[in-house]
Design a protein around this ligand. Sequence first.
Ligand code: ADP
Length: 498
Amino acid sequence: MEMTEKPRILVVDDDKMIREGCERILARMGCEVATAPNGEVALRTLEGASFSVVLLDLMMPGIEGFKVLTLIRQFWPDILVIVITGYATIETAIEAMKRGAYGFIPKPFEGDQLRVMVGRAIERKQLKEDVRRMEQERQKTLQDLDAEKSRTRSVVLAMPDGVAVTDPEGVVVLMNPAFLRLLSLEPSRRPGEPISAYLPDAELCRQLLEVSRGRLDDPTQGISYEFSPREEKFLLAHMTPVLSETGECRGAVTVLVDVTHLKALDRIKSAFVAQVSHELRSPLSTIHQQLAVVLNELVAEVPEEQRNILARAKEKTLGLIALIGDLLDLSRIEAGVHLKEPKPIALEELLKGVVDFLFARAKGRQQTLTLELPQEKLPLVDGDPLALESVFGNLITNAINYTQDGGEIRVRAARDGGQIRVAVQDNGIGIEEKHLAKIFERFYRVKNEKTRAITGTGLGLSIVKGIVDGLGGSISVESRPGAGSTFTVSLPPSRSSG
Ligand code: ADP
């Protein structure tokens, strides 16, 4: 029964006057009233609709009033029964209450008596209804909460990515099966231990602890870290702090994504570039040589204009050959070839070789190219000689290219603290401040009046940086437009040299 509905009341009495009298009074109280002259009709009426209160005359022909009371209590226990009787003795009253009547009105009664009694019954009925509804709502809210919790749980459990939640101390409070699977841990492993008990990478654990403690510069942004838990497996960890409403750090969520297939794809891509570059190199070299032959030997027979076209074509093939060389270098760095079998190398010898090789080119532009070495022997460095030649070859070639005719290029090697430093200095066109951070990126070239005529691929410095980083060294640049540039490479000494 809804609260907004009118309370429905059944009046059961064989006295027509009383039935009609009650009906009038109750209708005025705002009730919906039905009447029945005897027990049989009353029971049938109750079957047809739901009632809140029954006013029941105990003394009627046919079924005895007490019998009707018992049946109502049995089949409609929620209905409140108020008995009315002319035999208003204590015994009948007690008997009626014992059988579950809610109240008792002796005949004859005043309208007020009826109103008060029925009013109280309706109130009580509504109170009970309210309590029942509240209980139902509470149950429903609990059910919803439960469903929500289990939904979230199912999502976390079913996620293909690994998820772990750590508290500010770096102790794991929650993790999903994928997390354990990605790290090849037993599916039965439980949370509760420090993160280092589950993650095999010390640096990752250190970073995660920083994030869990809220030590990030920008705690709204997480950080990412790639690591390899075992051979041929690469995982990317995204770590994000969990912040409370007041911005305090409550811990961190780490999501592990398997990037092994992306790595494989990357390797295939590099291999493809290497393969294609390799295949292109010989025919291009042939074309270049043939153009050179045509230009050199048929000078007399070829008209001036066509000779220019051929010269430009030769120039372009040279550019393509350089690009292919750079691409091959780059794919070698990506494949880590230069790191596979490092050898201890004497930089003095290596630098002499490179400078000798490029001396003619500098001379062709009336530039001076000098090499300054320290008196004392330099410590050896570990690396692949071809890769190191590529580093200094690229830097010196750049110095030659980006310096005007007659300029000066100095290569200096020296010991500096624990490191070995090689500086390649020129007094050429220099680089504007805004480009300095970008010139080590792949394919980045400074475009201005001075560089327009200089051909290049934009790959040289990215190759240099790739190699130097791979050897555990670093590269820096200082430059002023119009004054010149100095590129400085720092390398750690060989481990085998002690
Ligand atoms: P590129 O093939 O264009 O030389 P690099 O990666 O070697 O490619 O160099 C990137 C850019 O850095 C060049 O395009 C040039 O603008 C600038 N650069 C490099 N070395 C020098 C230098 N010694 N002097 C002035 N600019 C330089």
